[in-house]
Design a protein around this ligand. Structure first.
Ligand code: ZN
Length: 69
């Protein structure tokens, strides 16, 4: 599991994580909503649904690289 943090303040509906892709190390676009977060890498087309936690200093995303059914 890999952790990323973003400190975009109170607006975090959509943001970009530089080097956020765990596959190619590229830029990952993250869209967050009340239902959860989706991330997408335009370079390798990696889609993920990271766990999102809102903290005082920003948003913490947890990408699970292995899926446990
Ligand atoms: Zn990628």
């Amino acid at each position: 599991m890999t952790h990323f943090e973003s400190s975009n303040g109170d607006r975090f509906a959509e943001f970009v994580l530089p080097d956020g892709c765990v596959l190619c190390g590229g830029e990952v676009t993250v869209r967050a909503s009340h239902a959860g977060a989706h991330s997408y890498c335009p370079q390798c087309h990696w889609l993920s649904k990271p766990q999102m936690r809102v903290r005082d200093n920003g948003v913490e995303l947890s990408f699970a690289t292995t899926v446990l059914a």
